[in-house]
Write a protein that binds this ligand. Structure first.
Ligand code: ATP
Ligand code: MG
Length: 347
């Protein structure tokens, strides 16, 4: 039972379908994938501001698009409903009941989008079996098809449930802070995702900074380490900058009111930063993954790295040199110089 959850998924997946699943395919163009864009907001370390970003981003996006949904995928520890001041009647676990559809479980918010809560204090959600996780993803596909934009607020780290949501998605907003462990854990997420597929579009959001320059230095360090340790032959990993948010005391004062800062203090620097990030997100386009592709990608994670299909993939990640870099070497690269001063801009 200590076997990782994604490994166990393979044990019940029929062998023929599994063989097909291992054939990694590229997603078809946007026209062939009707339905929402799905953006996962994630981080390596906890407490970097994912829920702040997800809830406020949902408001900003809902001002431009009609059908916007926020999925609180921090299973069992969800708190987006608290930040939004709403009281969900149902949560993700209820999706596992045969007669419950995702549309029944969406909670309207006063901000023009709907919330699917992850449930809080519900321990079953944190310990779902692989079969149940797949049922969740399948039912969530109906939400994607019925929406224009879906934001998924994940839990931190590279636990199997978080990876399931990330692998089933394509666009990732990675939230980091200038804290060293946030940067190194953020790098671990990038490495894990790019190791699986080069199709991910990973954009870095630097939160809790004093200035644009400080944020750019954080981003440059992450990009430098990625270029150094994750570059494939001939291609640097594509890590994009999406923006930054300032440290702002108004964030917690809005949280006390159970209202998002973007709504209470629209002119606060943190809200203006959020508006810029939402614009950048909406002005770019990334076709979503179709469900079968997403499931294949999830299943491929349970496949040993030596599977022939993986070996054939042109975008497969290979570290330069014969050995993977030691984590101390990576930390030294992050640690060189401080990100906490505002002098000498590097971007
Ligand atoms: N830019 C900011 N300025 C001030 N406080 C912030 C800022 N960003 C986040 N915080 C505070 O940091 C704390 C963590 O934020 P949040 O809950 O959004 O993080 P999280 O990544 O979702 O955490 P978890 O990993 O536990 O889900 C909260 O108290 C929040 O108010
Ligand atoms: Mg959170």
């Amino acid at each position: 039972m200590n076997e990782p959850i994604l490994q166990r998924m393979r044990s019940w997946w029929p062998a023929r379908r599994r063989a097909r699943s291992e054939r990694i395919e590229r997603p078809r163009p946007a026209a062939a994938t009707p339905g929402a864009r799905v953006v996962c907001v994630t981080s390596g370390k906890g407490g970097t501001g994912k829920s702040l970003v997800s809830t406020n981003l949902a408001i900003a996006v809902a001002r431009r698009l009609e059908r916007v949904a926020l999925v609180d995928a921090d299973l069992g520890l969800a708190n987006d409903h608290l930040l939004l001041g709403v009281h969900p009647e149902g949560h993700l676990l209820h999706l596992l009941e045969a007669d419950r559809d995702v549309a029944d479980l969406l909670t309207p918010t006063p901000y023009g989008f709907r919330l699917l809560s992850g449930g809080s204090g519900v321990h079953e959600l944190a310990a779902l079996a692989p079969r149940e996780l797949f049922r969740l993803i399948r039912k969530l596909e109906r939400l994607r098809k019925a929406s224009d934009f879906v934001i998924v607020d994940t839990s931190a780290g590279i636990g199997p449930q978080t990876l399931l949501f990330l692998y089933a998605s394509r666009e990732i907003v990675l939230v980091v802070t200038p804290d060293l462990s946030s940067m190194t854990d953020g790098y671990a997420i990038i490495k894990t995702l790019l190791h699986r597929s080069t199709d991910f579009r990973i954009r870095v959001l630097v939160n809790r900074v004093r200035s644009h320059d400080q944020a750019r230095r954080v981003f440059d360090k992450i990009r430098h380490v990625c270029d150094r340790f994750l570059a494939t032959e001939g291609a640097a990993p594509s890590i994009e900058w999406i923006g930054f948010l300032r440290e702002d005391a108004l964030v917690s004062s809005a949280a006390m009111l159970r209202r998002p800062v973007f709504d209470v203090h629209p002119d606060a620097p943190v809200s203006r930063g959020m508006a810029v990030i939402a614009e950048r997100l909406l002005d770019s386009d990334t076709p979503s993954l179709e469900l079968p592709f997403a499931i294949r990608r999830v299943l491929a994670d349970a496949t040993p790295d030596t599977s022939p299909s993986e070996r054939r993939r042109p975008g497969r990640q290979r570290h330069r040199g014969s050995q993977a870099p030691r984590s101390s070497a990576i930390e030294r690269n992050f640690d060189r110089g401080s990100c906490t001063t505002t002098s000498s801009p590097s971007a």
